[in-house]
Design a protein around this ligand. Sequence first.
Ligand SMILES: NC(=O)c1ccc[n+]([C@@H]2O[C@H](COP(=O)([O-])OP(=O)(O)OC[C@H]3O[C@@H](n4cnc5c(N)ncnc54)[C@H](OP(=O)(O)O)[C@@H]3O)[C@@H](O)[C@H]2O)c1
Length: 164
Amino acid sequence: MRSPIAVIGGAGRLGSLVTRRLLQEGTRVRVVSRHPERGRLPLGVEEHRADVRYADSLATALRGCAGVVFSVEPGTADSGPDSPETTMYDGVRNVLAAATEHGERPHVVLVSQIFVTRREHPMNAYGRLLDWRLRGEDAVRESGLPYTVVRPSWLTDESFAGNR
Ligand SMILES: NC(=O)c1ccc[n+]([C@@H]2O[C@H](COP(=O)([O-])OP(=O)(O)OC[C@H]3O[C@@H](n4cnc5c(N)ncnc54)[C@H](OP(=O)(O)O)[C@@H]3O)[C@@H](O)[C@H]2O)c1
């Protein structure tokens, strides 16, 4: 059986679209969520409880994956567990470490956002959200892994191909 792809935030709005699309293509999918018991996941996915802020929680979820999609909503506090630093920087680095712990070289897809290079943008007032997003992107680029970084503006929660 082919190696799975982990979708972190796979129960979220974008992550669930990614998850469904991967399932349609016959890919094994691991949805990584802090609350898998909420039961919003499609049939056929492997469910893993983990939180990107806590490195130890990620080991089992990311072991042996061929790809990792990071589609995590950042906190907006200036500091502490709900800050962008903990999710979009520390969290990304935790994921990179866990996903490569046993020599794997997964393709990493990081969902970032528009404006990350515009430090003066008002969105950066929320816990330096844009700065930490960019630092997280840099961590992915510097990892040496194959990667894709996307910087969406506004998502419509619809599949590009309609009901495919
Ligand atoms: N929607 C847009 O218009 C838009 C525009 C630009 C960029 N983006 C970015 O695209 C990404 C996905 O957005 P979305 O709209 O799909 O957001 P969403 O519906 O809020 O989903 C994000 C997911 O992040 C997960 N998450 C949050 N903190 C986590 C943590 N510490 N550890 C593990 N998972 C965590 C949550 O999963 P659990 O609760 O299951 O743990 C949640 O399902 C985000 O980075 C967002 O900022 C979105």
